[in-house]
Design a binder for this molecule. Structure first.
Ligand SMILES: NC(=O)C1=CN([C@@H]2O[C@H](COP(=O)(O)OP(=O)(O)OC[C@H]3O[C@@H](n4cnc5c(N)ncnc54)[C@H](OP(=O)(O)O)[C@@H]3O)[C@@H](O)[C@H]2O)C=CC1
Ligand SMILES: O=C(CO)COP(=O)(O)O
Length: 379
């Protein structure tokens, strides 16, 4: 039953959205999700660790994370975890991936037994190689843990641009008997408004691997674009990136077809297409030759693909999957490889079959000279 896809039917009409939600993390994505829930009529408490941000939301009804977006009625910010979780029907954890474990631990202290928790961070834990939901599960004990993922720039979501995302939770036997009561269906309904559509999945691995890898591949797209290459290059990276997602998802027990959905191809397309993406933006700057310390004018910015270039390749190596694009980004960001040489080597890999099923036994015709020429063009 574990890997049986849900049907494509509409969600059960007798399902009810949650009445109240706690959103843990008052940055740009946490606030955008809280705004979305509140607009749909869910009483929403947004927990932030920065008192000034919390006060700004409650008093001025605005936040520096989403300038110009008014906070709707039904959304209140709090600074105490206990207050955020009191009476909540569902909780969303929306902090950077490196903070998910400590925040989930704090949530576990006050969350009601059985409270469903959705993790909205994208990444793999560096120290353990665990998916974000697995990290949260370790801290949250017997509470159902799922995720929300998809092509969702926070600002566009908060401004009400039509947006879609996937809500994934494991589907137990009881959930299959009564899908209307499942956390996935109820959270999807809670998030759905006239501008936000939520789809439902039971394939957490497939969904989370898409979210973790797309950031790394977006850095690659940015690097190549920044170095002066154009649309052919970006399309190749996106398409071969999908292959990397599928292979890793499958090796970890996820489904290849999940990768073709919003959380995989959808998010990869978004993130690799726009400098609004912080991952793409980092790649663009590095490709233009800006030193890492000077990127984003030296401001600290959450770039999940940077740390995850290492964690996803560590994980892939452990399960015997090769991720050539992610390995290239890792080599540049973490192993001091010159950008031009690393991308030249990526393009000079042995010729492969597409799709994988075909066996090819000849080797790549590229000579050392051809590699050197491409490396020179990039650097
Ligand atoms: N922004 C987007 O468009 C989207 C982001 N995401 C994902 O959401 C996650 C969060 O990103 P995003 O909201 O954009 O990041 P932001 O930088 O906008 O906000 C991060 C928030 O997390 C808080 N935070 C950081 N570390 C901790 C910690 N140890 N304990 C408690 N709070 C902490 C920050 O608090 P402080 O300000 O005090 O540092 C801040 O409120 C990432 O994994 C990202 O990939 C997913 C979809 C869309
Ligand atoms: O995940 C995102 C959109 O879906 C946000 O992308 P960035 O973190 O690259 O800005």
């Amino acid at each position: 039953m574990k890997h049986q896809p849900l049907s494509g039917d509409p969600l059960p009409s007798h399902a009810h959205p949650y009445r109240s939600a706690a959103v843990i993390g008052a940055g740009s994505w946490g606030t955008a999700l809280a705004v979305t829930l509140a607009r749909g009529g869910v009483q929403t408490r947004l927990w932030g660790r920065d008192r000034a941000v919390v006060d700004g939301i409650n008093r001025a009804r605005e936040t520096r994370f989403l300038p110009g977006v008014p906070m709707p009625a039904g959304l209140n910010a709090v600074h105490e975890m206990e207050a955020a979780l009191a009476g909540a029907d569902v909780a969303l954890i929306v902090v950077p991936s490196r903070a998910v474990r400590s925040v989930a631990r704090a949530v576990a202290e006050y969350a009601a037994p059985g409270l469903p928790v959705a993790v909205c961070a994208k990444g793999i834990e560096a120290e353990t190689g665990l998916l974000m939901t697995q990290v949260a599960e370790e801290e949250l004990g017997r509470r159902p843990v799922g995720c929300v993922s998809g092509p969702t720039f926070a600002r566009e979501t908060a401004l009400g641009h039509p947006t879609a995302a996937t809500v994934a939770f494991p589907f137990s036997y009881a959930d299959r008997l009564k899908p209307a009561d499942s956390a996935a269906v109820r959270l999807a309904l809670s998030l759905s408004t006239e501008s936000f559509r939520a789809y439902v999945s039971d394939d957490l691995v497939g969904v989370e691997i898409g979210g973790a890898l797309k950031n790394v591949i977006a850095i690659a797209c940015g690097m190549m674009t920044g170095a002066g290459f154009a649309e052919n290059t970006r399309a190749a990276l996106i398409t071969r990136g999908v292959d990397e997602m599928k292979n890793l998802a499958e090796a970890l027990g996820g489904r290849r077809e999940t990768v073709t959905g919003l959380s995989g191809v959808g998010d990869l397309t978004l993130t690799c297409s726009s400098p609004t993406s912080r991952n793409m933006a980092l790649g663009l700057q590095l490709g233009q030759g800006v030193a890492r310390a000077d990127c984003f004018d030296g401001e600290p910015v959450v770039v999940e693909g940077e740390v995850n270039a290492k964690s996803v390749t560590d994980l892939a190596r452990r399960v015997g999957v090769t991720l050539p694009i992610c390995e290239t980004v890792r080599a540049i960001l973490h192993e001091g490889a010159p950008l031009g040489d690393a991308f030249a080597a990526l393009w000079a890999r042995p010729i492969e079959a597409e799709p994988r099923a075909m066996d090819l036994s000849f080797s790549h015709p590229a000579t050392d000279q051809a590699i050197a020429t491409l490396a020179e063009r990039i650097s």
